[in-house]
Design a protein around this ligand. Structure first.
Ligand SMILES: *Cc1c(COP(=O)(O)O)cnc(C)c1O
Length: 387
């Protein structure tokens, strides 16, 4: 039989697991308040790019310090549409990292351009000192990923981009509310793109995404190409795409921004600090070196550990939903074969893929959970359960 849908495992909440990575039910325990707001939308028949979408775009611009916000269908479209808005396609090269979610690279490939990888550093982010060597006459943009919500070295990246006249398109899907040296990340970008998928920090009831930018020309182009290139009902300026944010999803997002997002960000940062404190005592666990100039928002809390696969199994047995984001770097995926990369091309990304482990860090995790996780990890190494 043809496989139609692939349901992420995390949707099937495992009642056995006590400390879960996802918490899709708890996220919206106050759903009845949102239903009331959606009722109004339905009664008005205001379904796509409606009033709530306008409001949403204003809310995000204010929060993220951008001149413009363009709401779109999802985070992958956000990246793709920015590339299209810049007329990036066949014959062009875009620099990014192999340590990311596939959508980053897929957006480049589906836009018709060639993804060119640069290795990461131990903090999972692109190694800014290796970018220049990857630039060719065909390079059009750098696409850094703020992995796990930790901002990349934006000053250096921007400087390189300016020198070679490249665009900076930041995949910020993990990085809502992140800051770099006290500044909004959009100040170092042509565009930053975000996802509101149910598993992201700012999450809604399905797919949704947005782009922030300070460039009015780009915003204007994006407003056009997310909606068939139409300037009004009858006139089309350019053949384009349909990637509109549903009014219903914008309603959910507005509610979430107003009532939850501050706490989500604060709690993730708080939990990560606790984790750092508890885990740094354990010799087999390597933490990401923190930098006080970076406001990390911990979409993921990742450590690098010895005997990773055995530790993961051990924790899972103890009802802790430790996960791996991700075990295969993109250059070694089947889909990337045509790019002709091989093993050892990006040693740090490959090493991290073998040692990284993500521990639940979301707003429903408390101090007791964190101490418990740390104690189990400590026990695993003390008792040599990896033998
Ligand atoms: C989630 C994610 C995307 C894609 O977002 P969707 O809304 O699922 O399309 C892109 N890049 C990164 C780094 C992501 O985590």
């Amino acid at each position: 039989m043809m496989k139609k849908n692939f349901l992420p495992q995390q949707y099937q909440k495992n009642s056995m697991l006590k400390i879960n990575h996802s918490y899709l039910i708890e996220q919206f325990s106050d759903y009845s308040k949102i239903f009331k707001k959606i009722q109004k939308v339905v009664l008005k028949g205001d379904y796509t790019l409606g009033n709530e979408v306008d409001k949403f775009e204003k809310n995000i611009s204010k929060r993220m310090g951008s001149k413009h916000t363009v709401a779109v269908g999802n985070g992958t479209d956000a990246l793709f549409l920015v590339l299209k808005a810049f007329n990036i396609g066949l014959g062009d090269e875009i620099i990014t990292t192999p340590f990311t979610f596939i959508a980053t690279v897929a957006s480049i490939a589906t836009a018709g351009a060639k993804p060119v990888f640069v290795d990461v550093k131990d903090d999972y982010n692109i190694d800014e000192d290796k970018i220049e060597a990857a630039i060719t006459k065909k390079t059009k943009a750098i696409m850094p990923v703020h992995w796990a919500g930790r901002p990349c070295e934006l000053k250096k990246i921007k400087k390189i981009a300016d020198k070679y006249k490249l665009k900076v398109i930041q995949d910020s899907c993990h990085a809502i509310d992140a800051k770099y040296h006290g500044q909004h990340i959009v100040n170092f970008a042509d565009a930053c793109t975000f996802s509101m998928h149910p598993l992201k920090n700012l999450n809604i009831w399905g797919d949704g995404g947005f782009i922030i930018t300070n460039k009015s020309d780009l915003a204007k182009r994006l407003y056009l190409i997310r909606n068939h290139g139409l300037i009004n009902r009858d006139n089309c300026d350019v053949f384009a795409f349909n990637s509109r944010l549903d009014t219903i999803q914008a309603t959910v997002a507005n509610y979430k921004i107003k009532t939850k997002l501050n706490n989500i960000t604060k709690k993730r940062i708080f939990n990560a600090k606790l984790f750092d404190k508890e885990l740094k005592k354990i010799p087999n666990v390597k933490l990401v070196q923190r930098d006080k100039n970076l406001k990390e928002v911990f979409h993921l809390y990742q450590v690098n550990v010895n005997h990773r696969d055995k530790l993961k199994k051990f924790l899972n047995k103890k009802n802790i939903d430790a996960k791996i984001h991700y075990p295969i770097p993109i250059h070694l995926q089947k889909a990337a074969k045509y790019l002709k990369y091989k093993k050892n091309d990006f040693p740090i990304a490959e090493k991290l893929a073998k040692t990284t482990l993500s521990l639940p860090v979301h707003e429903f995790i408390n101090k007791k959970d964190i101490v418990k996780m740390a104690n189990y990890i400590s026990l695993f190494y003390n008792k040599r359960y990896y033998k």
